[in-house]
Ligand binder design. Structure first.
Ligand code: DX5
Ligand code: ZN
Length: 240
């Protein structure tokens, strides 16, 4: 296996070893004190970060780009899971790999023929996945899932933190797990909190992206403990 191929496998093996796990979403954090925020998350036992990149075109919101990813790469060894909510992922994916991403997901709504981009991201040593909004038919990604290391099932419409959880994500998680088996990493994003954590994991979610349920709390350790006590270890999930 090539060096890049083994780098992808190393990332995937880590995620499979720690699943289900919480990935704090860096959108609602205190960007004026980013290094301190990352230190607090590391002290809370976080094992990977979810970076919400928004371009103001694909979603009606603007967040940040490669400079923030590069800065994070310099200050932490945590895995960086980059969620591209941008209208032209083909144009920027390589730049986010060079900035230090360990995993990149981009939206099927922005790239309806994703195979080539998925393969390009993997060939650069980074785990590759497709993200899908609640309003997009699940059939739109099915032909491409075999080319994915992970699938990001959105439980809110991409663009903002603090939205209400859409339960359509549960049916999708269950269907994807039953159809593609245990190897595929399933990520869920949006409105994941103490009330929804058990449901998403029992329906198959491995990577739980959490924003407001962490960053609206004063104590990140407490927030993470509360979230973790709501789901069981992988394989111990009750039948959905
Ligand atoms: C929304 C982002 C999510 C969001 C999660 O477009 O992709 O990662 O920040 O925030 P909460 O957990 O507050 O829904
Ligand atoms: Zn996200």
């Amino acid at each position: 296996m090539s060096q890049n191929g083994s780098r992808v496998e190393q990332t995937l093996e880590l995620f499979r070893a720690i699943r289900p796990t919480v990935l704090p979403s860096l959108l609602l954090c205190d960007f004026a004190n980013l290094q301190r925020e990352v230190e607090r998350l590391e002290e809370a036992g976080v094992e990977a970060l979810h970076l919400d990149v928004m371009d103001g075109q694909f979603v009606p919101n603007l967040s940040y780009g490669m400079p923030i990813v590069e800065s994070l790469r310099r200050i932490t060894s945590l895995k960086l899971d980059v969620h591209l909510m941008i209208s032209s992922p083909k144009s920027y994916a390589k730049s986010f790999v060079e900035a230090g991403a360990d995993a990149i997901t981009f939206h099927i709504e922005a790239e309806p023929q994703p195979t080539e981009l998925l393969d390009q991201i993997r060939s650069l040593g980074v785990a590759a996945g497709i993200a899908i909004n609640p309003s997009t038919p699940i059939e739109s990604i099915l032909p491409f899932v075999p080319h994915c290391d992970l699938v990001l099932v959105m439980s809110v419409a991409a663009g903002f933190g603090g939205q209400a959880f859409n339960p359509i994500a549960l049916d999708r998680l269950k269907y994807l797990r039953e159809t593609f088996g245990p190897k595929l990493l399933l990520e869920v994003d949006g409105g994941v909190n103490c009330q929804t954590a058990n449901a998403v994991t029992s329906h198959g979610a491995d990577l739980l992206v959490v924003g407001s349920a962490i960053f609206r709390e004063a104590d990140y350790c407490q927030a993470m403990t509360r979230l973790r006590c709501n789901f069981k270890s992988f394989g111990a999930q009750s039948d959905a």
